[in-house]
Design a protein around this ligand. Sequence first.
Ligand code: GLU
Length: 303
Amino acid sequence: MSMVPPKNAELPKQASLRGRFAPSPTGDLHFGSLVTALGSWLRARSQGGAWIVRMEDIDPMRTIPGSGERIVAALNAFGLESDEAIVWQSDRLDLYESAFKALKDRAAIYPCHCSRRDLVQFDGIHPSECVGRRKTRTPAWRLCTHDHPLEFNDAVYGPIRQSLRGEVGDFVLRRADGVFAYQLAVVVDDAEQHIDEVVRGADLLDSTPRQIYLQTQLDLPIPNYLHLPLALDASGHKLSKQDRARPVDPSDPMPALHTALTFLGQSIPPTNRVDTLLTEASERFDSEAIPRSAHKHAAMRKD
Ligand code: GLU
């Protein structure tokens, strides 16, 4: 993936903008996810738009029971409330199934028995044909990719270019255990929920070309993308719920909100009230002030 450092793009005002925050319920809300929640809320509100929470509990192996509810309670304590009923991906399997079927009918996907081990000789990049040595009872399903580089313009990171076949390879849309991949579910949901702009952490910059390609394969609209800098721990790793990054304290929201605003390059409105702080911060929100992090250090997602 290549990237030219730009000046952050000036974002056009869009009164009906619909933004979203889509956490995976794999642990409690930590500072990194608060930054993403706040950044997406501010960006939507600064445009007078709606902000929608979607719970990405598509993978039962990673979901921690109760953490989705705790994330929502923590968001509310930080003054961040979804404008619409929260949708849970586990309730929407029919939607993913029909997108999957549409791709299958078009022969855009194929069954594959390759394990991670089979792909080691290809540096983890799928060679566009199944080379699996052991046939599993049920295969995974991969999307055929092509050679043409995919490009998009991220509102913070600027022009991004990636060759899917060369840099990612044919990627999994449904795992051998039947679970739909994040890449498929996120694209279906963003379209079904009419999301105009996806604001999320820069660890997902690498996934965006896959999602844009999938949107074109499914004839879905392509939203705008704005990736936020990642909060890293002392050793330079992304804070993550699975690694049990210290949760933020919802009983004392102000300090974490101040730190998150500063992290996003925004000034801090002088008030003791959470609602006033958020409203004023959205009025003075400046997307050009968002710093860019060294996203290359973020682990690339292969799911
Ligand atoms: N559920 C994903 C995560 O928590 C985020 C997906 C997205 O914003 O596209 O990492």
